[in-house]
Design a protein. Structure first.
Length: 340
């Protein structure tokens, strides 16, 4: 099931189409989940309730040339979790949630920002009208393929580090890399006290031991063999750059806070560079969300499967309102918040 069973549909005239937004700006950020949030059954309730959500999933099937929607609804989980499938599946499920919201509300509240965690950044570009949905699906499918190949050529590890601040983790990783000649760096600064590191076995094993010695509360190896957001992804980044440069990208209608700089991007050139850089660079999520809070954002809405990003938001700004739009109840809650 990992391979297309028919040829993907060609869309030579695809044009980016942003979500329909109201003219006034709300104190809102739209968040789009990345790999790890996928689960069997995702988007199914939305497609049963909203024809527009079902159409979004069917469009993904047509574009990619295989039954991605069935994989999302029925699994099997090990095939859905394969990075070449998980990435387009997450984009499709998130776009289905957006289409359901538009069906319920018409034009949506205009957010101050959008942001996506790792692969979710591509979904943010689709929502902001920078990427067409078909082009976004093709790009993340290719991104997943290239990451998988890079991981096979240079296997790596990732681990979650709990209970230490990002600065301490980054310093120890740098020291270990210099001492061992291995590869290890901060991959994700997710929220205060939760940092993910990534690299090769030499660097990672030494860094994990050093972080335990530094009194990390937990050091948890992750069940992956790909060192995402590390230099081991450099071969994938080089090939991905060509695919990105060949894909039409427009300026976003809403600023997108970039993973690697934690700064808002408003032009296509910056977005193109960001999509390449984030494959080997760190996801600065804590800084990104703090920027949103400092700009006046009070509502964090996660659009798509899971609640990872609203969970992180709770750690960054406890007083914020958190909304999850992954099922009809979430659509109703979002609509009630902004229409009530």
């Amino acid at each position: 099931m990992t391979e297309p069973t028919q040829q993907p549909t060609e869309h030579p005239t695809d044009q980016p189409t942003p979500v329909a937004f109201r003219s006034e700006t709300a104190p809102l950020i739209l968040l789009f989940p990345g790999q790890g949030s996928q689960h069997v059954g995702m988007a199914q309730e939305l497609t049963q309730r909203y024809p527009a959500a079902r159409a979004a999933m069917e469009e993904a099937d047509d574009v990619l040339g295989f039954a991605l929607s069935r994989l999302c609804y029925q699994g099997p989980e090990e095939i859905l979790t394969d990075t070449v499938n998980a990435q387009p599946a997450l984009m499709a499920a998130s776009v289905a949630a957006l289409r359901a919201l538009e069906s319920e509300m018409g034009p949506l509240p205009r957010p101050q920002f959008m942001a996506g965690h790792s692969m979710g950044e591509y979904t943010a570009l689709v929502a902001a009208g920078s990427l067409s949905y078909p082009d976004g699906l093709r790009l993340v499918r290719e991104r997943g393929r290239l990451m998988k190949e890079a991981g096979q050529r240079a296997p790596g590890m990732m681990a979650a580090i709990l209970g230490l601040d990002q600065e301490t983790v980054a310093r120890i990783c740098q020291e270990v890399a210099q001492e061992t000649g291995g590869v290890v760096q901060v991959a994700n600064d997710n929220c205060p006290g939760q940092v993910v590191i990534s690299g090769d076995r030499t660097g990672m094993e030494a860094a994990m031991e050093a972080l335990r010695q530094a009194k990390a509360r937990k050091v948890v190896p992750l069940a992956v063999s790909i060192a995402a957001h590390s230099p081991l992804m450099a071969p994938a980044a080089a090939e991905l750059r060509a695919a990105i440069q060949a894909t039409p990208i427009a300026d976003p209608v809403v600023p997108i806070i970039a993973n690697t700089t934690a700064l808002p991007l408003t032009d296509r050139t910056g977005l193109q560079e960001e999509l390449v850089s984030q494959l080997t660079g760190s996801v600065r999520w804590t800084e990104s969300m703090r920027l949103a809070v400092e700009a006046g954002v009070t509502v964090f809405a996660e659009i798509g499967p899971g609640d990872v990003l609203t969970g992180l938001a709770k750690r960054i700004q406890r007083r914020a309102t958190r909304l999850n739009v992954q099922d009809p109840e979430g659509v109703a809650a979002f609509a009630a918040h902004f229409q009530g």
